[in-house]
Ligand binder design. Structure first.
Ligand code: T4K
Length: 373
């Protein structure tokens, strides 16, 4: 029997009544945007969870990366992984910065610090690490390289809300970190982003930039933009944060069922999360080994789609093979063999509140059958 369409990134939703009550209050108050009380509460809550001094709510993570890069004075060239959602590269390019793609460590899917140094030129001003799937970058190694070459570091932590490394929550690494609260993230604000930092000056500057550069009525001190989060988005975020433990538990249970069901499938492995760290388990990621799996990744994805399971090939084919980078840097792939290999082997499977154990087992059955075919 065919399943109803099953999407990766189906939104999780907290208590509907609590959200609607907040929306009613917002309407009664007639304060809809511009640093309203719900946004302030959301910022406080996020900062508290992550243990950081400042959490600045913004309209989405892409705009947040742009604002952070500009506030950090990044220009010229910035090194980042190619294996990320294209927004990371686009945010830099949109700011007139040239993204320079570094290869990944296939064991973690994160930027490989050993590949960074040889990409540094006199034009390099920064490094943007991405905590892919919420598994932390090698922050110490990246910091060392950055200190040696006087580069700025920020992290795209879009996947990493609620995740830790060495017992410390993501949010306080580099000069700042950017989280996404897009509809498809395990905690969503419909659309939203938060920049976290422990640097007071940087926080002040980014806050001003997010609101056109205003520092008071009729006083503009920076080149700013409108990057603000509105009150209804913050209400959704607060409501979903109240359900955070529950959502992580559902994700964890689904993840463990996937691991169990796929354990004996030749050439298919589920990526692992360090059980000693906190994780949100929002991504169930499998890798298909072309050497040992009788079917290739695309054949398995096709079989899943045929059964209405809309599995995704994130982040295929890698930013360097997408426009405008493909045309601007046609030879970038030569330095990205691990990225090309992993991008061709990954499948992301559905999870979250709308996916139960029975559905996970059915998805795994489809994978098992497609591999045997
Ligand atoms: N950096 C990284 C590392 C990121 O992963 C992202 C976002 C960003 C930066 C930028 O953050 P934001 O600026 O978005 O805050 C989706 C999301 O749109 C994107 O936010 C996310 N990464 C990326 C990993 O996934 P697409 O192109 O796959 O979106 P789409 O429209 O195909 O939606 C994904 C699936 O979710 C679909 O199968 C349908 C389902 N869906 C989607 C929405 C919006 C629903 O069921 N309901 C919904 O409301 O990028």
């Amino acid at each position: 029997m065919k399943l109803d369409p099953l999407h990766v990134g189906r939104p999780n939703v907290g208590k509907r009544g609590a959200f609607l009550a907040r929306v009613n209050e917002i309407l009664d108050r007639r304060w809809l945007s511009n640093n309203g009380p719900v946004v302030q509460e959301f910022e406080r809550k996020v900062s508290e969870i992550l243990g950081v001094k400042h959490g600045l709510a913004m309209c989405n993570a892409t705009a947040a990366i742009e604002i952070a890069a500009r506030a950090l004075g990044m220009h010229g060239e910035v090194i980042l992984p190619s294996y990320t959602f294209v927004a990371t590269a686009h945010a830099l390019q949109w700011q007139g910065i040239t993204p320079v793609f570094a290869d990944m460590d296939p064991a973690t899917h994160n930027i490989d610090p050993a590949k960074i140094e040889k990409l540094i030129t006199p034009r390099t001003t920064g490094i943007v690490g991405v905590h892919v799937w919420g598994r932390a970058c090698e922050t110490e190694a990246i910091d060392k390289i950055a200190a040696k070459h006087k580069l700025k570091v920020m992290y795209d932590a879009s996947h990493g809300f609620g995740c830790s490394t060495n017992g410390r929550m993501l949010g306080g690494f580099g000069s700042c970190e950017v989280f996404s609260f897009h509809a498809t993230k395990f905690i969503n604000c419909f659309e939203g982003g938060v920049v976290t930092t422990n640097d007071d000056d940087l926080a002040y500057q980014m806050r001003m930039m997010t609101n056109f550069g205003f520092t008071g009525y009729d006083r503009v001190e920076y080149l700013g933009i409108n990057g603000k989060m509105n009150e209804v988005c913050a209400a959704m975020g607060l409501t979903n944060l109240e359900a955070m433990d529950e959502i992580v538990e559902v994700n964890r249970r689904n993840y463990l069922t996937y691991c169990e069901e796929l354990r004996s499938v030749a050439g298919v492995s589920v990526i692992q999360y360090d059980s000693g760290e906190r994780n949100n388990y929002q991504y169930v990621v499998i890798e298909v080994d072309p050497g040992t799996c009788p079917r290739n990744r695309d054949e398995i994805v096709e079989a899943l789609h045929a059964e209405n399971v809309i599995a995704r090939k994130y982040f295929w084919p890698g930013c360097h093979r997408m426009e405008p980078y493909r045309s601007l840097q046609p030879n970038a792939g030569q330095l990205l063999p691990e990225t090309e290999m992993v991008a061709a082997s990954v499948i992301v499977l559905p999870t979250g509140q709308t996916v139960d154990e029975k559905t996970v087992k059915r998805v795994c059955e489809i994978i098992k059958t497609s591999v045997k075919r």
